[in-house]
Each structure stands twice: as structure tokens, then as C-alpha cells.
Design a binder for this molecule. Structure first.
Ligand SMILES: *Cc1c(COP(=O)(O)O)cnc(C)c1O
Length: 833
């Protein structure tokens, strides 16, 4: 036996295997290792390597360094034995990863220098990375910010989700209309992920449940699924700030247990031999392009159960590797349900505890409730998930039985201990009896959790008054607020290096580790020299965006105009339509009053509509049609431009946020749960025009009323008007600017090829104005004119912009995560466990 070559004891791990040398981070070493990757991992000669090869080689060299930290983090968690946090989310809207990883490891400059030696620009190859779009919008991006913040604040966090082969669709605009194209982020492989064949689990569907009685054991239910698929784990490291901690995002991919039915193949049925494998893999093939709307299809329920069950089996297996049994599960694991998409987990954990691990019902229920907590993201009725009983029962027969049993217990408690009558019982029931019998996933998540949170103060209040009014009465301590946040690493440091550099010069680098210290620039709002530099950086960022608009859309925009930006999913409640109507009204006024001193404005839109959401697609079409007419009209003299940038995603957001003067957050009050786009904009020094909705309310408190522009009906006024069957007709009749704008749309001015294209959009305003567009138009218009005027006084505008950046530190997802860790998870630094 030959002894391994030993350098010293400490370099050996427990198995006597020599640990690799830690990698050095100087440009020389990096340059050498990048070329080594290029040569031996990619098989390319540096002389003939293409940009994409350099991206891959750089990623691999950086990845080695991440792995070192990843193992250290895993070893530390195992040693400390603390409580872990599992974040279950159907969506993770991550975006590109290289820049984030390099920034958090402090490698930006050395990598830049290393690549420069070969004439390769880091900034350029970074742009070749596909944007990982495993999510629709705010909910998925929140999950991504939370993963980064858990790693940055020292919370042992595990993300669990789905490895969709096709992420959120790619949007193109053809003749003004949205076209959806498949997204293919994995075509060139994914160097960030590691397949873990050893972490794979069987997931069942359908079949039968039967009671069995074995000698010496209580009778129990056994589920024999008709169909089984395999969930295989793919792990991606999530690097925290300064690389101190690296957490894991584990995404599940579906595979057939038997990839090919050889009997069928050999008997000549070549297609049939692959049917099962296709059916299994279909589960994780595509992300549903639905946001704030229930998808309502069988495949979606399969996806939800698939990733919930795989994640729970994985959590249980790990727990049993380190503990004798599952009775202390809740002391060691907190499971956060990001919206109701993983809510079936409540029934699945009960099944695993009771049927598989032999727990009694009551103890299993106590463990389940103590383990889960649930975040609600919407009050929109059309977004609340409920599944037809017959579908649920067919696909998940045992889980359906368990839901009935949970429901019976809750109803018994409500009726016997709290004297609930039939009406109140119907309101809290997990089964909606009124509507063709459906399982209400919100109620299931609520009763199966010890904590339920909203995502802004207003949204949490409204949750208590509306969707969960009766459950809140029954469990008054369960609902709490956790206002959303965004990670300042991606959304300030990486997206806006110019501003980050200026702030560092002004107050030192302390704010990089504690973003709330950014308040130290607040007084510099009064310093003319600082304001000028702040404005110069904004100008550069606007030029960069103007270049993107010029390149992608062949439209020229003037960076000295107000960049007035609304980017987010296209939805009626977000009211892009109100913004477009205001643009048309402004267009009318500029043409009728050319003598006035108009402040030049560029209105920029971006965002995707769900493919089945007809009105949202009409709004996209309208924005494009209006832009085409206004931008080509010489009478406007470039005082107004309207631009729709296709394919909004995280990477585009990173260019847009730093370039905005004005951030449009104009949802119908009471409808936007929080918003996080609003936070990214304000952190980068945009002023907000917005309603008192979602986190805008708290932004007002933080930045101060002089530095944010609030207009319109409040949430309670909206509710009141809706009760009174408000319609737009009388408002339109009394508001000539609004009427003329709507007449212009109806006349076909913007769509002469198809003049009736937008008739239904307009008639909705006359008939009911459900989203209060008419009701809020005048207040919105007036506020816009106040902003026009303010923009001519640049000193004042820039001072307000500085106050916005200075006072947005609280809206960091680090703060959100610390609150979850302290109040809900009882995990992470400073928590016992
Ligand atoms: C931040 C973000 C969102 C959420 O935007 P809201 O304005 O809060 O709706 C959606 N999509 C992307 C790509 C984002 O970066």
C-alpha cells in the first residue's frame, strides 16, 4: 500500500484525502487557470477560441473558487447543526449568474485584468450568458433576491424548485403585437449546475388507496400510485456577499423510471416505447407563463406536487441522516411556501409522516404546522389557486383524503370551540362547495402553517380584511407582515457601478456590507458638486439605455429628456393603459399648444403579457401603435417619444433601472401586493409617481412626501367605488383631455389598418372602469405636469433623486430575510437551534 503524499495534517479531510490547494485570486493565477479551462475542459486553443468559449472558461475558473466556499459552508452547517431554511418556490427568476458570482467573491477587477491579457473584455462576455428565466415576474425575482440575501446574511438556506427546460418565453414584437417564442437557456449546457443522481426520488400520481392491517401494527392507509416518475436533483451554488457563505439551489428534473420500454421497442413500436419517458419529462419541460392568474391545468398541478414531494422527501432523508427520527423536524427545518404553488406540501408531509413514518395524526399535524410557513402574494380572486376536486382526487387520491381530514379537524375546532355558524364554516373551509367543489390552496397553506405573511404593510392589512378574514379571526396571531426587498448587490453594485463608485468615494465602503449606511449620502443632496456628479452618472446610464433602444429598435431617444419608465408584467391592474392614455393626451396637447414650454419626455415600456391574456396583449399592441404614430409625427418635434422595448427580463432590467428619471408605479390601489420594481428604481435614484399601493406606502414613509409623487384613489376609496358600481362614462364626459384621447384611440388614428382594434379596451372604460383608469386620470395628469415643471429645476430634481437613493436602504432583501429569520424561521445568525 502506498501512502498518499502528505504535506500536513490539516490538509487532509476525514477520509485521508488530500484537500485541493485553495485557489489564488490574483490576475496571474486567474489568467493561467482560465486558459487551462479553455484548453483542457473545453478543448479550445486560446488562439482560435471564440467569445463564448472564453465565457465558459471564465465561468469554470470562477466556479472552482465557488466550490471551495460551498464545501466550507456545508461543513460549517453540519458542524453547527443549526436550523436550516428550505424555501419552496415554483419560480426562481435568477438572470445571469457570472457577474453576480464574481462581484460577491470580490473578483471583478482581477478577472477583468486576467481576461484583458488575452484581449477579452469581461463586460462583453458576461452578456453572452443566457438569462436564467425560471419565473414570470416579481414572485420569482423575490425568490432569487432571497436566495442571494440568505447566503449574504448567513442563513443556511436551501432553495427548492423546478428545473424547467424552457423558461419564460422570449417576446418579440411583430407589427406591434406580442409574439411568443420558446426560450432555450440550456442549449449550450449549464456550467452552474451539478446533476446529483444520488438525490433522486420517486413521485407517484393516480392509483388507489387501500387500508392495510399488519399484525402488531395499527391499520394504515397505503397509496399505490398508478404512475411513477423520478425527480432528479440539479444543484446550483448561490454565492453570498464576500463569498462568506455559499448556499444551494436544488432544482428538480423529471425523468421516466424506465427511459425506454424495450419490449415495445423490440416489437417495432418505436414511438410507443418512448411515450412514458415523454410523459414524465413533460412535467418539467416548460414554465407556465402565468402571473397573478391561476393556470388551472392538470400539468400544472402535476408540477406543483412533483417538486413539493421531491423536496419533502429530500428534507426528510437529510434529517434522518442526522437525527434519530422526525419528531424534532420543526426544530431543525423551517419550510417557507412561496405562495400557494407548493401548498400541497402540507398534505404531502402529513402523508409521509402518518403513512410512511408511522406517526399518529395529531403529532404529525403538530410537526407539520410548526415546520411550514406561507407567504401570500396576491388578493386578486383570479389568481387564487383552487383545484377541482375530481382532478385532485384522480391525481392525488391519498392527499385528497388527508385534506378532507384536515378540514374536518379545523371545522370541528371552529364550530365547537368558537361557535362558528354555517356561513363562517363555509368561509374557512378548505373545500369551496359553491363552485363545482374545489380545493382552496390558500386555506390549505394557511391552516398548515404556523405563520402566514403578506409582503407589504398595506397588503397584510388587506389580507386580514379580505381573503383570510375568517381564518384570521380564528387564528388571530398567525398573520404577520414581511415587506419585500431587493438585493443591493445585483440592483445597485452590479447594475450601477458608476453610482456605487460615487457613493464609495463619498462615504467609504461601509454601505457595501450594511446597505442602511447609504443614508450617509442624504446630506449630500444639498451639495451642488455631489449632485452634479450624481446627475452625470444618471446621464451615462441613460445614454447606455438610449444605445440599447437605438440598436434594438432603430429609434433614437434624447438622453436629456425625462426617461419616464414603466417596466413590469403587463396586467390591467398595473395600468399600463393609464400611462398610454396620458401619453396620447400629452400628444394632443403638444400639437394643440406648440407655443408652450413642454418638457421633453421619453415614455418607455417593457413587459410580457400572458399568452392567453387578451386585454394585456391589446395593451402591448396599443403601446406599440401609439409609439409608431407619435414618434413619426414632426409636429411633436421630439418632445415626446413612446418606446416599447421587447423581451423584458432580469438582464434588461439591470440596464433600465439605473437609467430612469421617473418610475411608474401606478397600480389600482389595493391590487399590487408589494412591488419590487419600485424599490430597484428608487434605489438607483429615480423619483416615483405612484398610487398608495403595495410597498409604495412604506416608500413614502422612508423617502418622505417631498420626494415621491403620490396620486389617485386609496385602496378603501377604490373598494367603495366598486361597491357603488362606478363607471367611467360621466368622468369621460366631463374630462375633455381624457375624452379626446379615448376618441383618438377609437377613431383608429393609431391603427388605420384595423380601426376597431382597441374598441373593447375603450368600451370597458365607459362601461365600468373596473381598474379606475378614468377615476384616476386627472390626478395622474396633474402630477405628471408637476413633474415636468420640477424637471426644469434640475437642482431640485437631483436633490430628490439623492434622497431616494439615500433612504432606500431599508428595502434591501437582507432586511426582509433578517425579519423572516427572526420572527418566522427562528434560524440563522443569533438564533438558538
Ligand atoms: C423586479 C422585476 C419584476 C417585478 O416588477 P414589479 O414592478 O414589482 O412588478 C418583474 N420582472 C423582472 C425581470 C424584474 O426584475
Amino acid at each position: 500500500m502506498s501512502a498518499p503524499v502528505q504535506t500536513n495534517e490539516a490538509a487532509l479531510n476525514g477520509n485521508g484525502v488530500q484537500k485541493p490547494e485553495p485557489r489564488l485570486n490574483d490576475p496571474d493565477t486567474l489568467a493561467r487557470q482560465i486558459v487551462e479551462k479553455l484548453t483542457y475542459s473545453i478543448g479550445k486553443n486560446p488562439a482560435s477560441a471564440r467569445k463564448y468559449d472564453w465565457l465558459r472558461a471564465t465561468t469554470l475558473a470562477v466556479r472552482d473558487r465557488i466550490i471551495d466556499h460551498w464545501f466550507e459552508s456545508a461543513d460549517r452547517f453540519a458542524e453547527e447543526g443549526g436550523k436550516r431554511v428550505c424555501y419552496l418556490s415554483m419560480e426562481f427568476l435568477i438572470g445571469r449568474m457570472l457577474r453576480d458570482a464574481i462581484n460577491n467573491l470580490g473578483l471583478t477587477e482581477p478577472v477583468r485584468e486576467a481576461l484583458a491579457r488575452y484581449g477579452v473584455e469581461l463586460d462583453m462576455i458576461e452578456l453572452l450568458e443566457p438569462d436564467a428565466a425560471l419565473g414570470n415576474g416579481g414572485l420569482g425575482r423575490l425568490a432569487a433576491c432571497f436566495m442571494e440575501s440568505m447566503a449574504s446574511t448567513g442563513v443556511p438556506g436551501y432553495g427548492y424548485g423546478i428545473r424547467y427546460v424552457h423558461g419564460f418565453f422570449r417576446q418579440e414584437i411583430a407589427d406591434g403585437a406580442q409574439v411568443e417564442l420558446p426560450e432555450n437557456w440550456l442549449v449550450h449546457g449549464n456550467p452552474w449546475e451539478f446533476e446529483r443522481r444520488n438525490a433522486s426520488y420517486e413521485i407517484g400520481f393516480g392509483g388507489k388507496v387501500s387500508m392495510i392491517q399488519e399484525a402488531g401494527r395499527p391499520a394504515r392507509q397505503v397509496w399505490r400510485p398508478a404512475e411513477r416518475v423520478l425527480a432528479v436533483a440539479y444543484d446550483t451554488p448561490m454565492v453570498g456577499w464576500r463569498g462568506r457563505q455559499v448556499n444551494t439551489l436544488r432544482l428538480w428534473s423529471a425523468q421516466a423510471l424506465d427511459p425506454i420500454l424495450l419490449d415495445a421497442f423490440n416489437s417495432g413500436d418505436h414511438i410507443g416505447a418512448l411515450v412514458e419517458s415523454n410523459k414524465a419529462e413533460a412535467i418539467t419541460r416548460v414554465l407556465y407563463p402565468a402571473d397573478s392568474h391561476q393556470a388551472g391545468q392538470e400539468l400544472r398541478l402535476r408540477q406543483e406536487y412533483f417538486f413539493s414531494s421531491a423536496s419533502l422527501q429530500d428534507i426528510i432523508r437529510r434529517h434522518l441522516e442526522e437525527n434519530d427520527n422526525l419528531s424534532n423536524l420543526a426544530d431543525k427545518v423551517a419550510i417557507q411556501l412561496n405562495d400557494t404553488h407548493p401548498a400541497v406540501s402540507v398534505a404531502e408531509l402529513m402523508r409521509l409522516l402518518v403513512d410512511v413514518h408511522g406517526f399518529g395524526w395529531d403529532e404529525a399535524w403538530t410537526i407539520t404546522r410548526a415546520t411550514f410557513s406561507y407567504t401570500n402574494h396576491t388578493l386578486l380572486p383570479e389568481a387564487l389557486e383552487h383545484w377541482p376536486i375530481h382532478l385532485f382526487e384522480r391525481l392525488l387520491p391519498r392527499q385528497m383524503q388527508i385534506i378532507y381530514a384536515i378540514n374536518a379537524g379545523i371545522i370541528r375546532e371552529a364550530a365547537q370551540e368558537h361557535g362558528y355558524d354555517d356561513g363562517q364554516v363555509a368561509a374557512i373551509s378548505l373545500i369551496d362547495e359553491g363552485n363545482g367543489r374545489r380545493v382552496r390552496m390558500g386555506q390549505l397553506a394557511f391552516v398548515g402553517s404556523h405563520a402566514v405573511n403578506g409582503v407589504s404593510a398595506l397588503h397584510t392589512d388587506l389580507m386580514k380584511q379580505t381573503v383570510f378574514r375568517d381564518l384570521h379571526e380564528l387564528y388571530p396571531d398567525r398573520i404577520q407582515n414581511k415587506t419585500n426587498g431587493v438585493t443591493p448587490r445585483r440592483w445597485l453594485m452590479e447594475a450601477n457601478p458608476g453610482l456605487t463608485g460615487l457613493i464609495t468615494e463619498a462615504i467609504g465602503p461601509g454601505f457595501l456590507d450594511d446597505i442602511e449606511k447609504i443614508i450617509e449620502i442624504d446630506d449630500l443632496a444639498d451639495d451642488a458638486a455631489f449632485r452634479e456628479r450624481f446627475a452625470a452618472i444618471k446621464r451615462q446610464n441613460k445614454e447606455r439605455l438610449a444605445n440599447v433602444i437605438g440598436e434594438r429598435m432603430a429609434t433614437s431617444v434624447d438622453p436629456s429628456a425625462i426617461f419616464d419608465i414603466q417596466v413590469k408584467r403587463i396586467h390591467e391592474y398595473k395600468r399600463q393603459f393609464l400611462n398610454i392614455i396620458e401619453a396620447i393626451a400629452l400628444y394632443d396637447q403638444i400639437r394643440s399648444h406648440p407655443e408652450r414650454n413642454w418638457t421633453p419626455r421619453v415614455k418607455i415600456f417593457a413587459g410580457k403579457a400572458a399568452p392567453s391574456y387578451v386585454q394585456a396583449k391589446e395593451i402591448i399592441h396599443l403601446a406599440n401603435d401609439v409609439g409608431r404614430v407619435i414618434n413619426a409625427d414632426p409636429a411633436v418635434r421630439d418632445l415626446l417619444k413612446v418606446v416599447f422595448i421587447p423581451n423584458y427580463n432580469v438582464s434588461l432590467a439591470e440596464i433600465i433601472m439605473p437609467a430612469a428619471d421617473l418610475s411608474e408605479q401606478i397600480s389600482t390601489a389595493g391590487l399590487e401586493a408589494s412591488g419590487t420594481g419600485n424599490m430597484k428604481f428608487a434605489l438607483n435614484g429615480a423619483l416615483t409617481i405612484g398610487t398608495l399601493d403595495g410597498a409604495n406606502v412604506e416608500m413614502l414613509e422612508h423617502v418622505g412626501e417631498d420626494n415621491i409623487f403620490i396620486f389617485g384613489l386609496t385602496a378603501s376609496e377604490v373598494a367603495q367605488r366598486r361597491r357603488e358600481a362606478h363607471s367611467g362614462r360621466s368622468i369621460i364626459d366631463n374630462e375633455p383631455m381624457l375624452r379626446e384621447a379615448l376618441d383618438a384611440i377609437s377613431s383608429g388614428l393609431f391603427c388605420p389598418d384595423s380601426p376597431s382594434r382597441f374598441h373593447s379596451l375603450v368600451s370597458n372604460l365607459y362601461n365600468n372602469d373596473w381598474w379606475m383608469i378614468c377615476a384616476d386620470f386627472k390626478a395622474y395628469w396633474d402630477t405628471q405636469r408637476t413633474l415636468d415643471d420640477l424637471y426644469t429645476r434640475q437642482d431640485e430634481w437631483q436633490a430628490k433623486a439623492v434622497h431616494n437613493t439615500a433612504r432606500m436602504g431599508w428595502f434591501s432583501s437582507d432586511r426582509s430575510i433578517r425579519e423572516y429569520a427572526r420572527d418566522i424561521w427562528k434560524a440563522g445568525p443569533g438564533q438558538a437551534g
